[in-house]
Design a protein around this ligand. Structure first.
Ligand SMILES: CC(=O)N[C@H]1[C@@H](OP(=O)(O)OP(=O)(O)OC[C@H]2O[C@@H](n3ccc(=O)[nH]c3=O)[C@H](O)[C@@H]2O)O[C@H](CO)[C@@H](O)[C@@H]1O
Ligand SMILES: C=C(OP(=O)(O)O)C(=O)O
Length: 435
């Protein structure tokens, strides 16, 4: 069987411009929201990534029309042809669970296969299921997926035990057409949640945000179509800024609003990065080198867990001991052995270092890391375990001495827009080969 691999050679400082498009998850979730309308919706600035194709194929199976033209997607919500997402989509991404609410509204019944996403720790769906039951749905968890049925969803009160991004979205997508009022307490407030809520508001939904993670939704009878242009992906934007910093170059990132990166920018600035920020782009450089830092990942507006992997590689190139405490996923340091095999001096611990105790305090999950910099990295033969760890392997290969071979590149292709071209434009010697 042939395998796609990336061969990377050390290439000096990465410099130049990168434009980021909408985030892979944002585009999929807007596509799911569009299912709720009774008229077509348009989503612009969509990236050209595997995730969109997976979600489009699911929607088409359900009876929606999806038309792509350049960076624009038009979703025309026809009658539901089949309320079952086929099992062929098992594990391909996390989007099917979000389809339950819209399918219940449109068809009164639904089946979605087991959701996947990156293997970064336990990713249960109990909050989603409990919330749908609170709306009055009958939900049965089978070995191969979830069956749900409801003649009408009724507004309810949902208290999320942790501000889960996906569960907040499940509740929003169920609440907008439910009968009466829904109140979510403990809601996630990530920029992607706000972006989705604004889109739903354009479709006609009654959503208001209150302080203290409380969202109130007044159900409406019908939703129309809407148009939107997605903001550039903050994870991708951060990753390319770090690509410049870690190689002692400077990358100018266009398309991601500054307010989505505020904590990231402050964190990098604390490490000695200097920024130029305009309305159109953000550029980072570190002419005087980088200092170590202690960083804890968190829900928004904290330091996002998806920013953690490039930061880890940056820590290996900062002068001194850095600490990373991952509090969102218990197994998100599983990629560290690959970096260690390339010479990174990283030790992982099951204790909470560099911040207050988190949910994994009393477990044996290795979720804290101490990183010694500056480490001399050497080229390696590494398999990417997930999307963000994949990007960090590219960064490690870019600063390593000697060539590297990276496998599992499909992970990156699920969510980064044309990564080979972007890296090559920045000056990285990267060849993508089938072997
Ligand atoms: C498709 C998508 O949007 N992915 C993003 C989304 O993932 P996703 O929406 O899956 O992440 P959540 O915010 O739901 O997960 C946060 C935490 O809540 C826990 N939890 C979640 C749901 C549940 O029913 N029960 C439960 O215990 C999870 O195990 C995790 O520890 O937000 C994460 C946190 O910003 C990002 O890393 C992912 O890139
Ligand atoms: C964890 C991620 O994605 P997913 O939730 O789709 O696995 C991610 O984008 O970093």
């Amino acid at each position: 069987m042939t395998e796609q691999v990336w061969e990377i050679e050390p290439s000096g400082p990465l410099r130049g411009d990168v434009t980021v498009r909408g985030a892979k998850n944002a585009v999929s979730k807007h596509m799911v929201a569009a299912m709720l309308g009774d008229a077509p919706s348009t989503i612009r600035n969509a990236p050209d990534v595997g995730e969109v194709g997976i979600t489009a194929a699911m929607l088409e199976h359900l009876g929606m029309e999806v038309e792509r033209s350049g960076d624009q997607l038009q979703i025309s919500p026809g009658p539901v042809a089949d309320p079952n997402v086929p099992k062929a989509f098992t594990g391909l991404n996390r989007i099917p669970i979000l389809m339950l609410g819209p399918l219940l509204h449109r068809a009164g019944e639904a089946f979605v296969p087991l959701v996947g996403g990156d293997p970064i720790g336990r990713r249960p769906i109990d909050f989603h299921v409990d919330a749908l039951r609170a709306f009055g749905a009958e939900v049965e968890i089978a070995a191969d997926g979830i069956h749900a049925r409801a003649s009408r969803l009724r507004g309810t009160r949902v208290d999320l035990p942790y501000p889960s991004v996906g569960a907040t979205e499940t509740v929003l997508l169920a609440a907008v057409l439910a009968e009466g009022k829904t109140v979510i307490r403990g809601a996630a407030t990530e920029p992607e949640i706000i972006e989705l809520a604004l889109f739903l508001q354009r479709m006609g939904a009654g959503i208001s945000f209150s302080p203290d993670r409380r969202i109130v939704v007044e159900g409406v009878e019908r939703l129309g179509g809407a148009e939107t242009t997605l903001a550039g992906d903050r994870i991708e934007a951060f990753s390319y800024l770090v690509a410049g910093l870690v190689t002692r170059g400077e990358v100018r990132v266009h398309g991601c609003p500054q307010d989505r990166l505020v904590t990231a920018i402050t964190t990098l600035a604390r490490m000695g990065a200097q920024f130029e920020i305009t309305d159109d782009w953000i550029m980072a450089s570190a002419p005087e080198g980088l200092r170590p830092a202690a960083v804890q990942t968190d829900t928004h507006p904290g330091f996002a867990t998806d920013w953690q992997t490039p930061l880890m590689v940056l820590f290996t190139q900062a002068d001194g001991m850095s600490v990373l405490h991952e509090t969102v996923y218990e197994n998100r340091l599983a990629y560290v052995p690959a970096l260690q095999s390339m010479g990174a001096e990283i030790e992982v611990y099951d204790t909470c270092l560099g911040g207050p105790a988190c949910r994994y305090h009393d477990t044996s999950a290795l979720h804290s890391a101490v990183v010694r910099g500056v480490s001399k990295l050497r080229g390696g033969d590494v398999t990417m375990p997930d999307i963000r760890a994949g990007f960090s392997a590219v960064l490690a290969a870019a600063v390593a001495e000697g060539p590297s071979t990276l496998r599992g590149v499909h992970h990156i292709e699920r969510g980064y827009h044309h990564p080979v071209e972007q890296f090559q434009n920045l000056g990285l010697t990267l060849r993508s080969r089938s072997r």
